[in-house]
Write a protein that binds this ligand. Structure first.
Ligand code: NAD
Length: 258
């Protein structure tokens, strides 16, 4: 029997009924939570998974192949998954020469390998018309000091999107990504607490303001229904990709006297 999932003002019985089913992995917080809200507003039945247990959220570790398969089987026991949005992500801050390899592995494991695992498992459960949206970043194309693992993982993710779109297109399954710039969420809060970092971001951003999770979710919703778009990474960054990326490590060193 499919699990009943409560969440965000609406209850769904995963995998049952005639509506289109979407999953959001990493949906307990930030951009993922905004995607859950937006997709439900758009009429999707949404099953939410995250590493962090919360009301209406099924536990799933995106780096664990068996756990992702079990989560998707619970969401769509009979297959026919309509949309998979993978927002699980972590970051770290360390210069290349000081970067602990374990930290590198952790970031690449969640952001790149985890996205691959979720994409693979989701695509196996999709028919023609299904689609996957992954979370890239401005850092896929804009290198930032201290962000080697994150930048490399997101750049790899952009190429994964293209290869998967190439392979899955003939089956009618589309694969895309969104690449946000600065969006205040629990992920970015520790950096934004440090004096000067937000100013640096905004100075490098033609539109001069941070984005909101709802703006990213609107782009995810667009890609979910954009039937002739595949292999695309859609930038949403206030134009920040047009300017230099802030020197995060210099700011942290100045803040902590390192
Ligand atoms: N906030 C930004 O400025 C920004 C910019 C570019 C890209 N992104 C990307 O957007 C995505 C969402 O980030 P956010 O800012 O909403 O951060 P967030 O920390 O608010 O949300 C990330 C979620 O991923 C979950 N998660 C972490 N590891 C997981 C795992 N192993 N399995 C399942 N879930 C896991 C966390 O529990 C959390 O709920 C990430 O991929 C991030 O890299 C964010």
């Amino acid at each position: 029997m499919a699990p009943e999932v409560e969440g965000r003002g609406m209850s769904v019985v995963a995998g049952v009924g005639s509506g289109r089913t979407a999953v959001v992995i990493g949906g307990a917080s930030g951009i993922g939570a905004a995607c859950v809200d937006r997709l439900r507003t758009d009429g999707w039945r949404v099953v939410v998974g995250d590493l962090v247990a919360a009301d209406g959220v099924l536990p799933v570790d995106v780096t664990d192949e068996a756990a992702v398969a079990a989560f998707l089987d619970a969401a769509v026991p009979e297959g026919g998954l309509g949309l998979a949005v993978v927002t699980a992500g972590v970051s770290t801050l360390a210069r290349v020469v000081d970067h602990p390899v374990e930290e590198w592995r952790r970031v690449v494991d969640v952001c790149l390998t985890g996205s691959f695992i979720a994409l693979q498992a989701a695509a196996r459960r999709m028919d023609a018309g299904g689609s996957v949206v992954l979370l890239s970043s401005l850092n896929a194309s804009a290198p930032g000091t201290g962000l080697a693992a994150y930048c490399a993982a997101k750049a790899g993710l952009d190429m994964l999107v293209q290869v998967a779109a190439l392979e899955l297109g003939p089956r009618g399954v589309r694969v895309n990504a969104v690449a946000p710039g600065l969006v205040p969420t629990p992920l970015t809060a520790p950096a934004l607490d440090i004096d000067g970092i937000e100013d640096d971001y905004l100075a490098g951003m033609p539109l001069g303001r941070a984005g909101t999770p709802a703006e990213i979710a609107a782009a995810v919703a667009y890609l979910a229904d954009a039937g002739w778009v595949t292999g695309e990474t859609l930038r949403l960054d206030g134009g920040a990709h047009l300017r230099a990326y802030p020197d995060l490590v210099a700011r942290v060193e100045a803040a902590f006297g390192m």
